[in-house]
Design a protein around this ligand. Structure first.
Ligand code: PHE
Length: 450
């Protein structure tokens, strides 16, 4: 039955797909700049700690529920429910998750569109088409809308091909490309004047900045966003895994890759900022603070690239190409959530579900663009600060309290019978039952209060 609904054909394919979902704008855009303004290596330590004590266990909860049910979140939470109330609540949670995933995609497609446009703009400058290059970086509705459509068409095209031919094949091609591009950019930027100063800011810990309560909450939120938790993405990818796979190992590898790429991106973005400073580009505001994240990517880095002439235009094309790939392997995982639901719960064909849902989400993105000031920030806050943590909380409750304990343990043992003697086996079930929900409630309360 599982293979009729699609299945990853190899362990490598799953790791590339799940790490592809996790590694995105959050890693390459969000993490390095947050580290830069919040105590460098001290922020990194807090982030690492939270990723392992909170994000990894919740990731495991999603993958295990998905693999057990071989179904989308709505079907899966109903399968592990114990009575009419938890069945209905499970179905509702799954549906809210797919709506949140769709809204995340609607703002993500806008930002990803900017990345593609910046990449093409650099290529246009290299080709000497200055006017085209300028239009491509202008903040016009025409430019923004065109690239939302381009990006959504790419996402729709991949998801229309299904789990194996679409998600797995493209993630397995794009993720190695991302690693090579990121690695080469890091090596090159580290050779430039000023880079070592950035490296020092990144690697010398300033604990006074990193231990403030607000910062811990932020690091927690970004760890959650970064591992694509709460909205059913990891659950649906887990549902395409066969019963022979060792889940704690796979989840650990995905978490490790996600964190490593965020850390590696820090070795690019922070040195690049100080190279820019060295070249006369302003990176601090009038109060002496580091300028904001969005200004950094769209202003400082392009200015740095421009100041470097021809080599700069080439580097810039490469950098925004990297961002576009990272965004695409994440956006396909977001679109798969509502698409899998439509196929499994409403009997749609994959193609019609993809076109219809992809079309609606593109419409949402255009709506946000038309009311940018009012909607863009609102959608980001509602989905990532509130939606994801709250949904993650419910997943922990289902994995920890509602699902029958013996069924959960049997699922874990399936691909790895030897797991029963391990530390993971002894700690994780209790951890996801008690520590994770309390921690998430803590973030949520703090978000509401602050
Ligand atoms: N993890 C992705 C990133 O870091 C974002 C994402 C969120 C993807 C939710 C899927 C679901 O950019």
């Amino acid at each position: 039955m599982a293979s009729a609904r699609g299945e990853f054909s190899s362990r490598f394919g799953f790791i590339m797909a799940a790490a592809g979902s996790a590694v995105g704008l959050g890693n390459i855009w969000g993490f390095p700049t947050q580290a830069a303004s919040n105590g460098g290596a001290a922020f990194l330590l807090v982030y690492l700690l939270l990723a392992f004590i909170l994000a990894y266990p919740v990731l495991m909860a999603e993958i295990i529920i998905g693999r057990h049910a071989h179904a989308n979140a709505v079907g899966a939470l109903q399968q592990i429910a114990r009575g009419p109330f938890t069945r209905r609540a499970g179905a509702l949670t799954g549906r809210v998750g797919l709506v949140v995933a769709s809204f995340i995609l609607s703002f993500y497609a806008i930002v990803a569109g900017w990345m593609i446009a910046h990449c093409l703009s650099s290529l246009a400058s290299l080709a000497g088409a200055a006017e085209v290059a300028e239009w491509l970086t202008s903040f016009s509705f025409g430019r923004n809308a065109s690239f939302v459509v381009v990006f959504m068409l790419l996402t729709i095209g991949i998801i229309a091909e299904g789990v194996h031919d679409g998600i797995e094949r493209w993630s397995s091609r794009l993720m190695p490309m991302l690693l090579v591009t990121l690695g080469s950019l890091v090596l090159y930027v580290l050779t430039l004047d000023g880079a070592m100063e950035g490296l020092a800011v990144y690697l010398l810990p300033d604990f006074s900045a990193a231990l403030s309560p607000q910062l811990i909450i932020n690091a927690l939120g970004s760890a959650f966003f970064s591992l694509s938790l709460g909205v059913g993405t990891m659950l649906i990818y887990g549902s395409y895994l066969n019963d022979q796979e060792n889940l704690p190992l796979l989840g650990g590898l995905v978490t490790g890759l996600d964190i490593s790429i965020a850390v590696l991106a820090g070795f690019l973005v922070l040195p690049a900022m100080y190279v820019a400073l060295h070249n006369g580009v302003e990176i601090f505001n009038s109060a002496g603070e580091l300028i904001s994240e969005d200004t950094l990517i769209f202003l400082v880095l392009p200015e740095l690239f421009t100041s470097m002439g021809l080599a700069g235009a080439f580097l810039s094309a490469l950098f925004f190409f990297l961002m576009s790939i990272a965004a695409l392997t994440s956006s396909i995982s977001m679109l798969e959530v509502p698409v899998a639901y439509a196929i499994e719960e409403h009997g749609s064909s994959r193609r019609s579900a993809v076109v219809l849902i992809g079309g609606v989400i593109t419409g949402l993105s255009l709506l946000i663009l038309l009311n940018f000031e009012a909607l863009f920030g609102l959608v980001i806050t509602a989905t990532t600060r509130y939606g994801q943590p709250l949904l993650g909380f419910v997943f922990c409750i289902y994995a920890g309290w509602i699902w029958r304990r013996d069924a959960l343990l049997a699922e874990l043992r399936k691909g790895s019978p030897e797991i029963a003697g391990t530390l993971f086996w002894r700690i994780w079930p209790w951890h996801v039952r008690l520590v994770c929900p309390l921690l998430i409630l803590g973030i949520f309360a703090q978000n509401l209060l602050g």
